[in-house]
Design a protein around this ligand. Structure first.
Ligand SMILES: [Zn+2]
Ligand SMILES: [Zn+2]
Length: 381
């Protein structure tokens, strides 16, 4: 649906002013100063430091901690997230999380999703913040837990002075300490802010348009490794929308997700704890279900071709095997839960349960391989 078909509400003046100012400085003062004076190493080092700190405060803090509660964090860590999150200038953690929770619940709904990708790239990237759209009004009822958090509420109340102090104050301070106030403020202050804005915004726009959908095709979210590199791991957005309560976005060990690595490292020091991760079986189940849905569509498209009946029978067989594995796993989980509740699980039984779960995970993994080759045969039949 085109964004132009939507009635335009009034401009959100503070946001328009902020974006206009930061972009104007980056497009005029930064090149001008670069040509006339040049930028020293300190400016670029602080650019990298502040960009990393603010992006990680958004990904590990605002997103995976405050919005999704995928783990818990000690107050010292929450404070660091809130300070550098304010420096990222993406509103308070409360407003950010309230909007993001609605994005997950009402994904792709043009009336409710605050940055609905179906309203176009521009709208989902930045347009949604430039006007007072009804879908952009934060619903704090979705964030009652955060309203009970004194640190979150402190940041929400004093957001503007904290954001100004972190951006102008801190940039000035490190600029003064490194003997290049203007250079550091332009590069580590303004250029870093504009770069970090667009990197985060790409998740709402590009990660809902470009990439693959291995876990679910029921919404627009995509997995995109290039975006993962640009956004400290947030590019595995299809996985994230399928399993939003997992502290990882890049779930495989080799997937680029520095946010997951940082959270894990912080947990070794006790600063982060109760990390939530989805059982591997459920991840495999989602991957397989997505394969079955695709295979069904392909079958419907290739009806009547050679080997069609044979491939259809094989697909039905695979689906029956899949359902049997899912039933066994559900029964196993129920037994485990019951035993844990009764505190009647000894060590031997526990390892027995683990071994059976591993066996089921392995059977799904093998089935996933078979499905991939079956789909290849379907397409080439
Ligand atoms: Zn999304
Ligand atoms: Zn999310």
């Amino acid at each position: 649906m085109q964004e132009t078909s939507w009635k335009k509400p009034p401009l959100n003046t503070p946001a328009v002013f902020m974006f206009a100012l930061t972009h104007a400085v980056v497009l005029t003062a930064v090149p001008w100063y670069g040509i006339t004076h040049g930028f020293g190493a300190a400016a670029w080092i602080w650019f990298a430091v502040f960009l990393s700190l603010t992006e990680l405060a958004i990904t590990c803090g605002y997103h995976r901690l405050f919005a999704h509660l995928t783990y818990q964090a000690k107050p010292a860590l929450r404070l660091v997230y809130l300070l550098f999150g304010a420096m990222a200038l993406q509103n308070s953690a409360l407003v950010w999380s309230a909007g993001h929770r609605v994005h997950h619940v009402s994904i792709d709904d043009p009336e409710l999703d605050p940055y609905c990708a179906k309203r176009g790239f521009w709208f989902s990237h930045i347009g949604w913040m430039l006007r007072n759209y009804p879908s952009g009004v934060p619903d704090f009822d979705t964030a009652r837990d955060l309203q009970r958090d004194p640190l979150v509420m402190w940041q929400h109340r004093y957001y503007l002075p904290i954001a100004l102090a972190m951006n102008l104050g801190l940039s000035f301070l490190v600029g003064w300490a490194s003997g290049d106030i203007i250079g550091v403020m332009l590069i580590a202050g303004f250029l870093r802010l504009v770069a970090s804005h667009h990197l985060t915004f790409l998740i709402n726009s590009a990660a809902h348009i470009f990439g693959t959908q291995p876990y679910t095709a029921e919404n627009t979210a995509r997995d995109n490794p290039v975006l993962a590199v640009l956004t400290f791991g947030e590019g595995y957005h299809n996985f994230h929308h399928a399993f939003a309560n997992d502290y990882r976005n890049g779930v495989r060990w080799w997937q680029w997700d520095p946010s997951k690595w940082l959270i894990r490292t912080l947990s070794w020091f006790g600063l982060a704890y109760k990390l939530k991760s989805v059982p591997w079986f459920r991840i495999q189940r989602a991957l397989l279900l997505a394969q079955f849905r695709r295979a069904e569509r392909e079958l419907a498209a290739y009806d009547g071709r050679e080997h069609f009946a044979q491939l259809k029978a094989r697909l039905a067989e695979e689906y029956a095997t899949f359902q049997a594995a899912v039933s066994s796993w559900t029964a196993l989980r129920a037994q485990l839960l019951q035993k844990t509740r009764e505190s009647a699980l000894d060590r031997w039984e526990h390892s027995e349960f683990r071994a059976r779960a591993k066996e089921l995970e392995r059977s799904l993994h093998l089935q996933l391989r078979r499905m991939q080759s079956l789909r290849l045969q379907l397409r080439t039949a």
